[in-house]
Design a protein around this ligand. Structure first.
Ligand code: 5AD
Ligand code: SF4
Length: 473
């Protein structure tokens, strides 16, 4: 928050000098963007900025964008339309577009939105403070979208924010993606895969755990291909040995890269959560081939079976695209059949969206585009069935006690608390802040369930959050 000026003591001139400029961040898209936004705020804090809660109070607005589907891009343009009004009303606010749309559109974005001051691609977000300074000094738009050479890429160091208690944190272990899924824009916007050295990952995990974080999610676009000085399973074992760490998760996995060492990790690492997000995209081998996914439906089912042998009861979630060019009714039936067999606890499903430069976009007409009415109808059928499966899966927890890592007040009802179970169900329960503080692991008796989660009451505390000064040794 911006400090209130002491107007009775200072002239306006003096007040402007002592106030920190405000930065407001609007984040779209995936966990990588959430992480990048955090990094940008952190480096701007070092530059003297203060985060503000409303864009109208800001001197710098960062819009960290996603271009995975066309809808995300349209949202960006409508949000920019709102921020533009501040400038029209005389504000000197700087508007900065970062992330994947910035990378995709480059200087073209300035043609569509000439009031934008900075366009910064994902490889350059760690330079945000320097670029903002540059924009102020040069007084002309800055476009910074060059990729860093993989051998020169440096990961920004995340430092927990003082005074803010968080139960969980993301730690980036890799950037970019070397896969070539034919619908996906990520390889174009985030560039080549680069792995972060494992020593840096371990140091960051330790910093977060020392600050009270109890759950770490290791993130990257294709984490199974991690190569930062050890294999991905080697990294899981090393991170899991961090004293004081209670829960470990990771995302996103590619089914074709899930090997025996990962199944073994799920069997032997007790703090590795019994949940895995494993995108399948389609249940049809024809479609999977056109998507260049490097696995068949039966390969996927085989990996699921191996995972369940290693860790019975593991919860699986997935991503599915319907209406990929050339998808026929029987292909969609194959997807419904796979969903029936796996019984995902949750699913993120999308209608295929044409993305510039991708193979599917260039060849969509030859393959035969699926009309939007058919695609939406398939999406609705899939989602309706998934809601039923999710409800049934959640229902299995009714009457049981679950361990919930407390994240804070419930967003639906601030007199209650919320958090996730190890199986990644969202859980809401009745308790006060004192009874279940952020970072505590609460035992909750589940009374009601729905397709989106669990609800119940507090039975007791399994472990309290670390107080500052506590040691893990
Ligand atoms: N159209 C629709 N969905 C897409 N995804 C990625 N690219 C597209 C696209 N062009 C989905 C995939 C991926 C998730 C992050 O977004 O399911 O796993
Ligand atoms: Fe995109 Fe495929 Fe890479 Fe995932 S693995 S980011 S879907 S190209």
């Amino acid at each position: 928050m911006q400090a209130a000026p002491e107007t009775d003591l200072l002239s306006d001139q003096q007040a402007t000098e002592v106030l920190s400029p405000g930065v407001y961040v609007h984040t779209f898209g995936c966990q990588m963007n959430v992480y990048d936004s955090d990094q940008m705020v952190r480096s701007l804090l070092e530059e003297g900025f203060e985060p503000v809660l409303s864009p109208s109070e800001a001197e710098l607005i960062l819009v960290n964008t996603c271009s995975i589907r066309e809808k995300a891009e349209q949202k960006l343009l409508s949000v920019l339309g709102v921020y533009r009004r501040y400038k029209e009303e005389g504000s000197s606010v700087l508007i900065c577009v970062t992330g994947c749309v910035a990378q995709q559109e480059k200087a073209r974005l300035l043609k569509k939105a000439p009031f934008v001051d900075l366009v910064v691609g994902p490889d350059n977000v760690h330079r945000i403070a320097e670029l903002v300074r540059w924009r102020r000094e040069e007084n002309r738009p800055v476009v910074e979208v060059d990729f860093t050479r993989p051998d020169q890429y440096r990961f920004a160091k995340a430092v927990p924010r003082a005074g803010i208690r968080k139960a969980s944190a993301f730690v980036t272990i890799q950037k970019g993606c070397d896969k070539a899924c034919t619908y996906c824009i990520v390889p174009f916007t985030r560039g080549r895969e680069v792995s972060r050295p494992y020593e840096e990952v371990l140091a960051e995990v330790e910093r977060f755990v020392d600050a009270g974080v109890r759950e770490i999610s290791l993130i990257g676009q294709n984490v199974n291909c991690y190569a930062g000085g050890c294999s991905f399973s080697g990294l899981l074992h090393r991170v899991a040995a961090t004293p004081g760490l209670e829960r470990l998760r990771y995302a996103t996995s590619h089914p074709s890269e899930m090997g025996e060492d990962i199944f073994e990790a799920h069997r032997s690492i007790d703090i590795l959560c019994p949940h895995l997000h494993l995108p399948v995209q389609s249940g049809s081998d024809r479609v999977l081939q056109m998507m260049r996914r490097e696995h068949s439906a039966s390969d996927y089912l085989h990996k699921v079976a191996r995972l369940r042998e290693s860790n019975p009861g593991i919860a699986l979630t997935t991503d599915i695209i319907v209406g990929f060019p050339g998808e026929r009714e029987e292909d969609f039936d194959a997807t419904m059949s796979l969903v029936e067999q796996v019984r995902f606890t949750n699913m993120f499903s999308f209608v295929y969206s044409d993305r510039p430069r991708t193979w599917a976009c260039r060849h969509g007409d030859e393959l035969g585009r699926v009309d939007s009415k058919t695609a939406i109808e398939r999406l609705e059928r899939l989602q309706a069935r998934q809601r039923e499966i999710s409800s049934l899966e959640a229902g299995k927890w009714r009457g049981q006690d679950v361990e919930v890592l407390v994240e804070g007040p419930s967003k639906k009802d601030s007199s209650r608390r919320q958090g996730h179970t190890a199986h990644n169900w969202m859980a809401h329960f009745s308790a006060t802040d004192e009874q279940a503080p952020v970072g505590a692991i609460a035992r909750v008796r589940v009374e009601r369930t729905s397709h989106v989660g669990l609800s119940g009451h507090l039975v007791g505390i399994v472990s309290w959050p670390m107080r500052s000064g506590d040691s893990h040794a």
